[in-house]
Design a protein. Structure first.
Length: 375
């Protein structure tokens, strides 16, 4: 985590970007005029070529950007659950909340329940709250015998949680819920979980997105899948993403390969379903983005993500996209879409710790981002 703690400063300075574009146009006109004068004088000087321009449609730019943001969101939830939702033992020691550079974590453990509270603040001295997350793990049963995966036994439990995001003024701006199951096997040490959840503007507002996450980890290896569906009423469109990744833990970093599919449909047409450690979407036809790429997660204090990086590309769509979170947990995100065939920059975007920000497309138009969903 950075020394300055979490913040909500957008990574995109639109006035500055537009000023740079204006200067570029002025320079281009000056170069053109100079070339014309040289031609009249009988010279044959050829001006240097300018940067390549993208030919990606705005729709493709949006789909690629949304895919990267959804992937980063999924990796963030994965790290949160593995970091604080599955690591404690029932009846273990309790942890008092102590401020550590803008983050407080408390654990209350009993024989049948474990309650973990994670508070992330805008400031490093923990005075103005950004995100309040509560995870409750409830003991289900112990089992013996062959067990799943050839183990000699294990423990099953349920997991439920909420995350409330607030503005600096104290207003609720986003609210997420999740619930599911956790299984720990012995002696293999395999930990697996499967959860579903929703995202809404507030606890009393209807959900605008739903998601699912399934994961299994043994030793340093983990295989996970994420799926999400987002309704964007402003565009009268439903957007869906499925994201699968295989990682290897090395020290405080988890990294590996990833694959993502993105879908479009009319509102409320998609269905999200688990399939092993992956998720599938039906009701949307063929994917509009079919990505492959990589992901990295760096874990910091309290076993929470301090940085996340996602890099994806789709040769058929001719688009690659990135999303990078820093200063976490719930740090700022920046990213870009690039045209693969000519290397032209197409789209830039930034979001704060709650997923609110702006997208700037190649034609100069912008779109808001709310809860990691491009509107």
């Amino acid at each position: 985590m950075s020394a300055e703690g979490p913040s909500q400063v957008s990574f995109i300075n639109l006035p500055e970007v537009r000023q740079m574009l204006k200067k570029s146009r002025i320079c281009a006109l000056a170069c053109a005029a100079s070339f014309a004068l040289s031609a009249c004088a009988g010279t044959s000087t050829t001006p240097p070529p300018g940067p390549p321009l993208t030919t990606l449609s705005i729709a493709t730019q949006r789909n690629a950007a949304q895919a990267a943001l959804a992937a980063e969101f999924g990796v963030g939830i994965l790290t949160l659950i593995f970091g604080q939702g599955t690591t404690q033992a029932f009846g273990g020691s309790n942890t008092l909340p102590v401020c550590n550079n803008g983050v407080k974590v408390s654990v209350v453990s009993g024989p049948t329940t474990i309650t973990t509270t994670i508070d992330v603040f805008y400031d490093p001295v923990c005075t103005t709250i950004l995100a309040h997350t509560v995870l409750v793990q409830t003991f289900g049963s112990s089992f013996v015998g062959s067990g799943a995966g050839g183990s000699s036994g294990g423990v099953s439990s349920t997991l439920a949680g909420t995350a409330t995001f607030t503005s600096r003024a104290g207003a609720i701006i986003a609210y997420n819920t999740l619930s599911g199951s956790v299984t720990k096997l012995v002696p293999s040490g395999t930990v697996s979980f499967s959860v579903t959840g929703s995202a809404a503007p507030s606890p009393s507002a209807p959900a605008i997105a739903s998601f699912g996450l399934t994961c299994s980890a043994t030793g340093a290896s983990n295989t996970c899948g994420f799926g999400g569906i987002q309704n964007v009423s402003l565009l009268n469109t439903e957007f869906g993403n499925t994201f699968s990744f295989n990682g290897t833990q090395n020290g405080n970093m988890n990294a590996g390969g990833a694959a993502l599919k993105a879908y479009l449909s009319p509102l409320d047409a998609m269905t999200l379903s688990p399939s092993g450690t992956a998720w599938t979407i039906t009701g949307a036809g063929s994917p509009v983005i079919n990505d492959s790429g990589t992901f990295t997660v760096t874990v910091g204090a309290f076993n929470l993500a301090s940085a996340i990086g996602v890099s994806l590309s789709d040769a058929t769509a001719d688009a690659s996209a990135t999303a990078n979170m820093s200063g976490g947990p719930f740090g700022n995100t920046s990213g870009a879409v690039t045209q693969i065939s000519n290397g032209a920059s197409a789209t830039f975007y930034g979001a704060d710790g709650a997923g609110f920000g702006t997208v700037l497309y190649s034609d100069g138009t912008t779109a808001p981002v709310a809860g990691f969903i491009i509107q």
